[in-house]
Design a protein around this ligand. Structure first.
Ligand code: BGP
Length: 473
């Protein structure tokens, strides 16, 4: 049984749905210059530097699914499904086109004002990710991005403007989307570029520290501006399983989990865990941390833990195992699980396990802000789209979430499925990897009319929400 005020809804991110990359005074962002095609992964990982549009590449984020011009139509459809919340992100470059200006860009602020007003028309509570992989290119070129402590100041300026302007319109905030993604996709996740011979690890962990300090400042500023604000962190979650009961595998799984949980340990408990400090020491990673950073982090922990969950992952110390690449996380194949067309392991019970572990560890409410199946859809002759595979995936995960709440006592504030409307895939840049209840006529090469239509899952999710999760049939 789901709580009465459970926040059902869907999730998007500015860079994957808005488009309008050069409208309304917006500046250029790292997420704009990640191309579709074989160069995408190297760019995402910071192995190939691309800080501007280059000849001969297609950049899907430029137009994405043009939410910038379609938001009224799209939010009306979310309203029709009965959404109680809608997760979206702010494009930093709409508010501060370069990132270091003193004054914000009014046109950008107005855009989100209209989006939030539109949500409230349908009784939809906005859930805002302050930065979803987003970073002004100017800040990368001029300051080196998050490697530079100055970024903390620019981020404080950004959040102060947002909390002040949208006071009363937005109550739920996330500071950084999938903050641990910086380990796996440093450019895509945080705009990091590396110089020749630079120590990658040192650059990553200095940036991580600056992000976590900035996040704690956001919690402080957000609470000061409006004590009703609820501010959360966001983890790309999914437990790491040991492939076998070999203690070496078990230990490796624990360590790999820790690599990702370290972020939330700091954001939710307020201090670096000993294992992280030891690692920095052993790897000779020196981070410029001030006493003030550590105080702000300790005093301003998050109100809730949000997470994305698509799959669990599996690790092994053995050689004779099949390697797989699901999401941005590598690992080995788990023989007990089926996989999506993109090779992501499907594991609803693992979802329940992950929720339990996070709740045990932090004792703070969870918010599931991404979950879903990326799949190819087929339009039938009569125009219908029968996405039973998507319904099946979501049904099993919602059931697992119900079990976690009802049988295990995990506190969960809400659930927003990823890509409630089809959008550009972050990992691959494809449109054909679809997650939505709403189909968007747009193809991998950018062709298509952008027309929206309802899939079978649209009606199914509407019923799920109407029955507060009681009818999943
Ligand atoms: C998460 C991101 C999202 C989203 C999702 C699905 O990592 O927060 O932005 O895209 O994964 O991944 P993909 O788009 O690669 O299928």
């Amino acid at each position: 049984m789901f709580p009465k005020d459970f926040l059902w809804g869907g999730a998007t991110a500015a860079n994957q749905c808005e488009g309008g990359y050069n409208e309304g005074g917006r500046g250029l962002a790292n997420v704009d210059v990640v191309p579709h095609g074989p160069e995408r992964r190297p760019v995402e990982r910071g192995l190939r530097k691309m800080l501007d549009f280059e000849e001969g590449y297609y950049y899907p984020a430029k137009t994405a699914v043009d939410f910038y011009h379609h938001y009224k139509e799209d939010i009306a459809m979310f309203g029709e499904m009965g959404f109680r919340t809608f997760r979206l992100s702010i494009a930093w470059t709409r508010i501060f086109p370069n990132g270091d200006e003193e004054e914000p860009n009014e046109e950008g602020l107005k855009f989100y004002d209209s989006v939030f007003d539109e949500c409230h028309k349908y009784g939809i509570e906005p859930l805002v990710t302050i930065t979803h992989f987003d970073m002004p290119v100017y800040l990368i070129k001029k300051y080196g991005g998050w490697k530079n402590r100055k970024l903390i100041e620019f981020y404080k300026r950004l959040v102060t403007v947002l909390f002040t302007r949208y006071k009363g319109k937005v109550r739920y905030w996330l500071t950084f989307n999938e903050i641990n993604m910086i380990l796996h996709m440093p450019f895509m996740g945080a705009g990091l570029v590396f110089e020749e011979g630079e120590d990658r690890n040192a650059a990553i962990y200095s940036s991580v520290h600056n992000e976590m300090a900035a996040s704690a400042w956001a919690v402080k500023i957000g609470h000061e501006i409006d004590p009703d604000n609820k501010i959360g962190c966001m983890l790309a979650a999914g437990d790491f399983y040991p492939l076998t009961s070999d203690p070496k595998d078990v230990f490796l799984a624990m360590q790999t989990d820790r690599d990702n949980l370290m972020f939330i340990d700091v954001q939710a408990r307020g201090y670096y865990p000993n294992y992280a400090l030891k690692q920095f020491e052993q790897k000779n990673i020196r981070i410029d941390m001030t006493d003030e950073d550590l105080r702000i982090m300790r005093e301003n922990t998050v109100d809730f833990i949000s997470l994305s969950f698509y799959s669990t992952r599996c690790v092994s110390t053995h050689d004779d195992v099949e390697k797989v690449q699901g999401n941005a996380f590598g690992g080995v194949r788990n023989p007990y699980l089926q996989r999506s067309e993109w090779g992501w392991a499907i594991d609803p019970l693992g979802f329940r396990t992950t929720m339990n572990k996070l709740y045990d560890r932090y004792q703070k409410p969870l918010f599931i802000v991404e979950n879903g199946l990326g799949a190819k859809d087929k339009i039938e002759e009569d125009g219908s789209i029968n996405d039973d595979y998507r319904i099946d995936y979501l049904r099993r995960h919602i059931q697992a979430m119900d079990d976690a709440i009802t049988l295990d006592g995990v506190e969960v504030l809400g659930y927003t499925t990823w890509g409630c409307i089809d959008l550009v895939s972050a990992g691959t840049g494809e449109m054909s990897k679809r997650y939505g209840f709403i189909y968007v006529d747009r193809n991998d090469d950018g062709s298509g009319t952008l027309k929206r239509s309802k899939k079978k899952s649209f009606y199914w999710y509407k019923k799920v929400i109407a029955t507060n999760g009681a009818d999943l049939s």
